[in-house]
Design a protein around this ligand. Structure first.
Ligand SMILES: C[S@@+](CC[C@H](N)C(=O)[O-])C[C@H]1O[C@@H](n2cnc3c(N)ncnc32)[C@H](O)[C@@H]1O
Length: 457
């Protein structure tokens, strides 16, 4: 029977877009992390160079801006997204990102998404995908968000424009001067640079610079890298790793606060060590100081990652699977203790592109008691004259200052060591009260928080 419809254009599927689509489906169906799902897909399918860069930006950007794209899609399609097949919604989200944020020309972005729809869901949805994306492309991101903001409160409009849930906007507004809030939220929508860290004693920053890396901005152990870190021999051999400079500074600060060693050999403790970035830095710095590190982690698979990160040290620190709130060690024996506690990760949203839509304010409240218990345990492990660091990669007050104040209330055996005295190289705006508080829009790091606390007795 002759096909009476107009002849179907020959379809080709772009492998980079296909990889981004498959990864996005896994993010949504399995609750996977975008930055972990895509790289193996790219390797498997031999997608490299510019195509790999395109797929990475397409997936990360789509995940970050998803909440706003969904509102645009509802307006453009005239239907609730729940009435669409989930795979079609994901195709439309990827189309939105190309058309509104990646400067892909309209005809290319629409045609490539329609072809992808035909190859993945089926020919029957191509008309819908084509029609909705043409409507989306008729306006810019700013025009859409301006239109959709009509009648919204300033907070809701900011949430829509910067693509954050409202509770995150409110938390930022609570922490920053009014004229910085939008810039801070926008900074979560930029891709974070790859920051490298050397394992002190095993490699130097000069080794990384000689291999083509650029100097870091703040940390004496950092360098920055624009390609795939696995291309560097030092990273493959465990002499260097990937770590945000904010994390490096928080850990370095702990090693710089004056501390009296407990009797005998000095021991340091990393109470919540997995996956091991800070342990790997601390182990080298402990070595310089004649101290030894013990790394503890609750989750066995994460403890294995810690050990893997420490493998290049000639005498690797001991790694134990342990619940930090039920110490497997004697009280008061450590000179330096790091409590880098589980948190919402609100300070690393630019790296964890999907996480802002998964977290809720309930998570903050749920984590708070565990954070209090872990800091209390860290202080219990610290000897008189020793120092503990309480660290989060969230700036949320309930996870930072509130935890420290709650733990210190009524205690006269602990003093706060001003973070500015420990990290004097940093500008004044890196500190809030006596604590370290970094920000992507100010310092180019994740929004790390650190409090340094000395046990007096
Ligand atoms: C923010 S991460 C630590 C990151 C790590 N310091 C690094 O730099 O790679 C928090 C870790 O604490 C672990 N954790 C959660 N509850 C714990 C507990 N009760 N005792 C010890 N570790 C715990 C989590 O499994 C997670 O690996």
């Amino acid at each position: 029977v002759a096909n009476r419809r107009s002849p179907v254009r020959r379809r080709t599927v772009d492998p980079a877009r296909r990889a981004a689509f498959d990864a996005l489906r896994t993010v949504h169906t399995d609750g996977a992390y975008a930055n972990l799902v895509l790289p193996p897909l790219l390797t498997q399918r031999r997608i490299t160079g510019r195509d790999a860069g395109f797929a990475t930006e397409l997936l990360a950007g789509t995940c970050r801006l998803e909440g706003t794209y969904d509102q645009i899609l509802v307006a453009a399609s005239g239907r609730q997204l729940g009435s669409l097949q989930p795979a079609v919604t994901d195709l439309l989200r990827l189309g939105c990102h190309q058309l509104l944020s990646m400067r892909v020309p309209t005809h290319a972005g629409v045609a490539a998404t329609v072809d992808l729809a035909a190859a993945t869901v089926g020919e029957r949805v191509t008309g819908l995908v084509n029609a909705v994306l043409r409507k989306v492309a008729a306006r810019s991101y700013e025009e859409w968000t301006d239109d959709l903001s009509a009648g919204l409160s300033p907070g809701d409009a900011l949430a829509l424009r910067t693509a954050h849930p409202r509770w995150v906007v409110d938390a930022y507004a609570d922490l920053l001067p009014a004229d910085e809030v939008e810039r801070a939220l926008d900074a979560n929508n930029d891709s974070a640079p790859v920051s490298l860290v050397v394992r002190p004693g095993l490699a130097t920053v000069d080794d990384l610079l000689d291999a083509g890396a650029d100097p870091g901005r703040w940390s004496p152990y950092a360098a920055s890298w624009s390609g795939n870190p696995a291309e560097l021999a030092a990273v493959r051999d465990g002499l260097a790793g990937v770590q945000d400079e904010g994390s490096q500074l928080a850990a370095w600060g702990l090693t710089r606060a004056p501390a009296e060693p407990a009797r005998g050999a000095a021991w340091w403790l990393d109470l919540c060590a997995g996956p091991g970035g800070k342990s790997a830095l601390l182990a080298g710095l402990a070595g310089h100081d004649g101290a030894r590190l013990l790394a503890a982690e609750l989750a066995p698979h994460r403890a294995r990652l810690v050990a893997q990160g420490l493998r290049a040290y000639p005498t690797p620190p001991a790694v134990v699977v342990a619940d930090g709130t039920r110490p497997a060690w004697r009280a008061g024996v450590f000179t330096r203790v790091l409590a880098d506690v589980p948190c919402t990760g609100l300070g690393a949203l630019r790296r964890r592109s999907e996480s802002r839509w998964r977290r809720s304010v309930a998570d903050v409240e749920q984590l708070h008691p565990l954070q209090v218990r872990l800091l209390t345990a860290a202080l219990g492990a610290t000897g008189g004259g020793g120092v503990a660091a309480y660290v989060t990669c969230s700036p949320h007050r309930r996870e930072t200052v509130d935890v420290v104040e709650e733990v210190l209330a009524g205690r006269d055996d602990v003093e706060v060591v001003p973070a500015s005295s420990v990290l004097p190289e940093l500008p004044e705006n890196a500190f809030t009260e006596a604590y370290l508080q970094l920000w992507p829009h100010r310092h180019g790091t994740d929004a790390m928080f650190a409090a340094y606390l000395r046990r007096l007795t």
